[in-house]
Design a protein around this ligand. Structure first.
Ligand SMILES: [Zn+2]
Length: 277
C-alpha cells in the first residue's frame, strides 16, 4: 500500500505572497486542503469567517517568526484568540478521531474527546507556547550586605516531547550566583514550567530555562540540570521503564570555575538526600 503525502503548502511551500490588501491563498490541514482565502494580512485584517489559525500562521511566516513546538508565540495572540483556536483545533481533532475510525458519535467515552484534547493542548500541556512570560518581580540585591552566594532551586517539571507528544516528567535544578537583583523563589519554578509546557526536547528545554532565568535575574552565571523520564521511551519504542535522561547547561562561573560547578552538583546531591524523588 502506498501512502501519498500531500504537502500542506502553507507549511512546506513557498507559495506565499504577502501583499497588503491582496488576496492570499493557502491551504490548511484543518480544511482538508480546501483553499482558504485570507484578505488583508495585517493586525486588523482577519475576517471572522476564516480560520484564525491560518491567519496567525500566515502572519508569522510573513514576519519570519519561528513557531516551532518549543517556541512561545504569545506576541501574536490577542484576548479571546485561544478560545477561537480551541474551537478550530476541536474540529481538527474530530477529523483525526474519524480517521482513526473511532466512533465519536456513539462511544460515550469518545464524545467530547476532540474538545478535551484541544483544550488540554492549549490550556495545559502546551500552555507555555501561548502564555506570556510569568511576571517575575525583581527585588534589589545591591546593598552592603547583599547576598553573594549560590542559589539552587529545585523545580518539578512536566513537559511533552515534540517528536511523539508523549509526557516528559522530571525535575530541574536551577543554580544562579546572585547578581544585583533577586526574584521570588517560586518564580524559578514558574519560569521553568512556562518553558516546559510546550513541545520540547530535554536538551532544548535545559537551554531555554537557563536563558529565561538569566533574563529574569540579570545573572550570567546560571546552571540548569534536568533529570527526566520520557513517555516516548516508556510507552512505546524501546519501552524502557527505568530510562532516565540527564542534561546540564552551565554558563558563566559555573562553566569556568570548577569550584562553582562542584558546589552546584554537591547542592543537588544534598537536595536529593534531603528530599529524594
Ligand atoms: Zn519522543
Amino acid at each position: 500500500m502506498t501512502a501519498t503525502f500531500k504537502k500542506d503548502e502553507s507549511v512546506h511551500g513557498t507559495a506565499f505572497t504577502f501583499k497588503k490588501d491582496s488576496i492570499v491563498e493557502t491551504t490548511d490541514i484543518t480544511t482538508m486542503n480546501e483553499p482558504v482565502t485570507l484578505k488583508n494580512i495585517d493586525d486588523n485584517g482577519y475576517e471572522e469567517d476564516k480560520y484564525l489559525g491560518n491567519y496567525l500562521r500566515a502572519k508569522m511566516k510573513r514576519d519570519n517568526k519561528r513557531f516551532w513546538a518549543g517556541d512561545n508565540i504569545s506576541d501574536y495572540l490577542h484576548e479571546g484568540d485561544v478560545e477561537k483556536l480551541i474551537d478550530e483545533a476541536t474540529e481538527a481533532f474530530e477529523l483525526v478521531l474519524d480517521r482513526l475510525l473511532i466512533d465519536r458519535e456513539n462511544d460515550p467515552n469518545s464524545k467530547g474527546t476532540a474538545r478535551r484534547l484541544a483544550k488540554m493542548y492549549f490550556n495545559e500541556i502546551m500552555a507555555g507556547r501561548y502564555e506570556t512570560a510569568p511576571d517575575a518581580t525583581a527585588f534589589p540585591n545591591d546593598s552592603a550586605d547583599r547576598y553573594e552566594g549560590m542559589l539552587v532551586v529545585r523545580s518539578e517539571l512536566r513537559s511533552m516531547c515534540s517528536h511523539h507528544h508523549q509526557p516528559v516528567s522530571g525535575v530541574a535544578y536551577i543554580g544562579i550566583i546572585a547578581a544585583n537583583k533577586l526574584i521570588g523563589l517560586s518564580k524559578y519554578t514558574r519560569i521553568a514550567q512556562w518553558c516546559a509546557r510546550r513541545g520540547t526536547l530535554q536538551e532544548e528545554l535545559c537551554n531555554d530555562i537557563a536563558r529565561e532565568i538569566s533574563k529574569a535575574t540579570d545573572s550570567e552565571n546560571v546552571a540548569v540540570y534536568i533529570q527526566a523520564v520520557h513517555g516516548c521511551c516508556e510507552n512505546r519504542g524501546i519501552m524502557a521503564h527505568s530510562s532516565l535522561t540527564q542534561t546540564t547547561v552551565l554558563k558563566g562561573f559555573f562553566k569556568e570555575d570548577p569550584g562553582a560547578k562542584k558546589e552546584f552538583f554537591d547542592n543537588i546531591k544534598l537536595q536529593q538526600e534531603f528530599a529524594p524523588r
